[in-house]
Design a protein around this ligand. Structure first.
Ligand code: IPM
Ligand code: MG
Length: 364
């Protein structure tokens, strides 16, 4: 009897364009399953604004349970104007922050590379951006995002806003190790980003990187202050390989890296811990274009590609997805967000179909 490997994927479509881009991605995964002789089963859960509307919370318990009994989580995007006036604690984004914490997804991997057919969509000069291929490893479950105390308090009859930047050495060490391991499989260059000229948290961060460096002698290490890094990212983007940094700096720098290479619509991400993993595009829910059939599904499809690689060890299938996307771009197909003069403008469906056609062709 034939034994077919089955992977259970928790599917959290979310808000805005989330459902459209996730549906497109599931079509691609179905084709991958067929081509590689595996089976994917999908089970949907609520998160974000829709979960607030239907269950009164951005992350219902049953969604969390679903994620914990699945092999991986695929997420679309959360948020929208409908929920914008809720307090921070009740917003759709809280669902995202809670799921990261509950699943202990401490390392957020955000690759940013230039796709040659799209090089003209970078705001930088071609000679500056050519060859750029980096990955930001952002710590995802600590820092000022989660530190206590936090809140808006009263002090002498005036309001005062408080957040706490905090990292334990174990929290730093585990993500730094992950980054070193990733660097070993790439160009063996690690840039650690901090603000150790001002912050004690960062001084500790830098110490830990120096300690861990001894375990990875093949990797070249550079330390940059975050302000300098922000500058170097636009001056010499192609000199970076792996960037490791804390939650808040990583949030900011990964958006910057994204725009440097061309389009936020192309950026995938993986959030991994020691037990669970979640895959989602870096871009948001784009409520302004939701339901119009024009959203770019590529970032989500690439996120599924990362799932194949990191959660299912299907490296070949993951590479094939990238190749099929590159091919589709070379053929001139563009969703509106990456459109330029002379290209063939297509919507979500058609882009997905072209990618699938190329997948099938390249798999032969
Ligand atoms: C991201 C987003 C989130 C973050 C928001 C939506 C909470 O900007 O994933 O980068 O700040 O982590
Ligand atoms: Mg962000």
């Amino acid at each position: 009897m034939d034994f077919m490997k089955t992977y259970k994927i928790a599917v959290l479509k979310g808000d805005g364009i989330g459902p459209e881009i996730v549906d497109a991605t599931l079509r691609v995964l179905d084709v991958v399953a067929e081509l590689f002789g595996v089976d994917f089963s999908y089970e949907e859960g609520l998160i974000g604004g829709r979960a607030i509307d239907e269950k009164g919370t951005p992350l219902p318990e049953e969604t969390l349970e679903l994620c914990k009994r699945s092999d991986a989580v695929l997420l679309g995007a959360v948020g929208g104007p409908k929920w914008d006036n809720l307090p921070t604690d009740k917003r759709p984004e809280k669902g995202l922050l809670r799921i990261r914490k509950e699943l202990d997804l401490y390392a957020n991997l955000r690759p940013a590379k230039v796709w040659d057919p799209l090089i003209e969509s970078s705001p930088l000069k071609e000679e500056v951006v050519k060859g750029t291929d980096m990955i930001v490893v952002r710590e995802l479950t600590g820092d000022v995002y989660y530190g206590e105390p936090r809140g808006i308090f009263q002090e002498n009859g005036k309001r005062v806003g408080v957040n706490t930047m905090k990292y334990t050495e174990d929290e730093i060490r585990r993500v730094v190790r992950k980054a070193f391991e990733i660097a070993l499989k790439r160009k063996k260059k690690l840039t650690s980003v901090d603000k150790s000229n001002v912050l004690e948290v960062s001084a500790l961060w830098r110490d830990i990187v120096e300690e861990e460096k001894k375990n990875f002698p093949e990797v070249e290490v550079e330390h940059l202050y975050v302000d300098n890094c922000a500058m170097q990212l636009v001056r010499r983007p192609n000199s970076f390989d792996v960037i490791v940094t804390g939650n808040i700096f990583g949030d900011i720098l990964s958006d910057e890296a994204g725009v440097v290479v061309g389009s936020l619509g192309m950026l995938p991400s993986a959030s991994v811990g020691d037990r669970y993993a979640l895959y989602e595009p870096v871009h948001g829910s784009a409520p302004d274009i939701a339901g119009k059939g024009i959203a770019n599904p590529i970032a989500t499809i690439l996120s599924a590609g990362m799932m194949l690689k990191y959660s299912f060890n299907m490296d070949e299938a993951s590479a094939l997805i990238e190749k099929a996307i590159d091919e589709t771009l070379k053929q001139g197909y563009r969703t509106p967000d990456i459109y330029s003069e002379g290209a063939k403008k297509v919507g979500t469906q058609e882009m997905t179909e072209k990618i699938i056609e190329n997948l099938r062709r390249l798999a032969k």
